[in-house]
Design a binder for this molecule. Structure first.
Ligand code: SF4
Length: 238
């Protein structure tokens, strides 16, 4: 293990919803430098919080080889962890496919692990110049631009997603974002309607609007992508 061990904040032994079409275990990596108002996992934001021992999880995965198809690393932000590449290689050695869910925060580490991945689910939160309005962190959009370019160039299967809330993404900005992603070569795009359940922000909960974005805006966005869908809470949402 080279002395580096993944810092894990949570573990789900069986999931049908994380890696499309496959039964997977989900490993939640501890730590995220951003502070999005709609974060559903704020307990995973501190990097130094309590962790589950990685060798223990690896042993549990070894027992499930043959019963599970894949392991998905998510967070927090999994690319924050210098041990991510080692952990992925260990999981692959057990025969699992590997998925990664990322907010695209660390493009250099993402580039290192992309050749080891079978699938990537990645968030793009808004147009790159406006990222601090969502994440609370200045300059946070630039690494995302680099990460998106790396994923598209890698040829790894992926899903690009944006969580939509009318206060965070006005219609004109959402359309600009979709056009930007299409111009970068993104072909598979999903809009996820904001989920009030589990969100700590009273402001965002109060400002939520079911059915946003509406049909006119969706009709402009859909043709930009080869595959496009909208995920509404309670309607196949995850
Ligand atoms: S990037 Fe993801 S994990 Fe980090 S604060 Fe934002 S929603 Fe939460």
């Amino acid at each position: 293990m080279g002395g580096r061990m993944l810092r894990v904040g949570g573990y789900t032994p069986f999931s049908t919803g994380e890696f499309p079409g496959l039964l997977s275990a989900v490993v939640f990596v501890q730590g995220c430098p951003w502070r999005c108002g709609y974060c559903h996992n704020p307990h995973l934001q501190p990097r130094d919080s309590g962790a589950i021992a990685w060798p223990e999880i690896l042993a549990r995965l070894a027992h499930r080889a043959g019963m599970l198809d894949a392991v998905v690393f998510c967070g927090g932000e999994p690319t924050i962890d210098p041990a991510l590449g080692d952990a992925i290689e260990q999981v692959r050695a057990l025969g699992f496919k590997v998925g990664l869910e990322t907010a695209c925060i660390y493009p250099d580490r993402l580039r290192q692990v992309l050749p080891l991945l079978d699938w990537v689910g990645f968030d793009v939160k808004t147009v790159f110049d406006d990222y601090p309005s969502v994440t609370g962190v200045s300059g946070s959009g630039q690494p995302v631009r680099a990460s998106v370019a790396a994923i598209v160039a890698s040829g790894v299967d992926y899903e690009c997603r944006t969580t939509v809330h009318p206060r965070l993404l006005q219609p004109a900005v959402l359309l600009e974002l979709a056009q930007t992603l299409a111009a970068m070569g993104v072909e598979h795009y999903v809009l996820q309607e904001f989920r009030a359940t589990g969100c700590d922000s009273a402001t965002l909960r109060a400002g939520a609007r079911a059915g946003y974005p509406g049909p006119d805006l969706l009709a402009q966005i859909a043709p930009l992508f080869r595959r496009f869908s909208v995920r509404r809470p309670g309607v196949g949402a995850r």
